[in-house]
Design a protein around this ligand. Structure first.
Ligand SMILES: Nc1nc2c(c(=O)[nH]1)N=C([C@H](O)[C@H](O)COP(=O)(O)OP(=O)(O)OP(=O)(O)O)CN2
Ligand SMILES: [Zn+2]
Length: 152
């Protein structure tokens, strides 16, 4: 019989179990949180607009990775990231970031601040490792912070 679309579609397909074990790799899941907050950046030259109080709608994307899946076949339940949503709502949303952060509230410092919180409070409760925290002040600007892997 000549091969056509119908005979191709009826050809036996490789079982999913074979496919899944044939390729090794790393899975990364991520969740993005949004909040509004004010800030200003101290130490800039006179007249720099970022030295004045202003606000942004910030986006914080947290990525967790793992090479082995767990449970039903996931890195960790997206729902396991809920404590970060609570932290953001209680401590960052509609706040003055200059009063919250112990350092100048640039996106770089905010990303490292959130990553430190995640390492302390989130990583011990989820399957997988914190890969990165990405902070955006707007649609076209972002900073990604990747914690250095601890040896041992
Ligand atoms: N590397 C960084 N550069 C800047 C940061 C930062 O955190 N890291 N932050 C700022 C200020 O927050 C500033 O408010 C952002 O201003 P700007 O880049 O101009 O963004 P706008 O949304 O105001 O964009 P417009 O294009 O001017 O509308 C500055 N730089
Ligand atoms: Zn700003």
């Amino acid at each position: 019989m000549p091969e056509n679309a119908l005979t191709k579609a009826r050809a036996p397909i490789e079982p999913v179990s074979t496919l899944a074990t044939a390729i090794a790799g790393r899975y990364t899941i991520s969740k993005t949180f949004t909040f509004a907050a004010a800030h200003h950046l101290p130490g800039l030259p006179d007249g720099h607009k970022c030295g004045r109080n202003h606000g942004h709608t910030w986006r914080v994307r947290v990525a967790i990775n793992a090479e082995e899946l767990t449970g039903p076949g996931w890195v960790t339940d997206f729902g396991d990231l809920a404590p970060l949503a609570r932290f953001i709502e209680q401590h960052l949303d509609h706040q003055d970031l200059n009063a919250v952060l112990p350092v100048s509230p640039t996106s770089e410092n905010l990303a490292a601040f959130v990553a430190a919180w995640c390492q302390q409070h989130l990583e011990p409760t989820v399957h997988g490792r914190l890969e990165s925290v990405t902070v955006s002040e707007g649609d076209d600007l972002s900073v990604e912070f990747r914690p250095r892997a601890v040896r041992g």
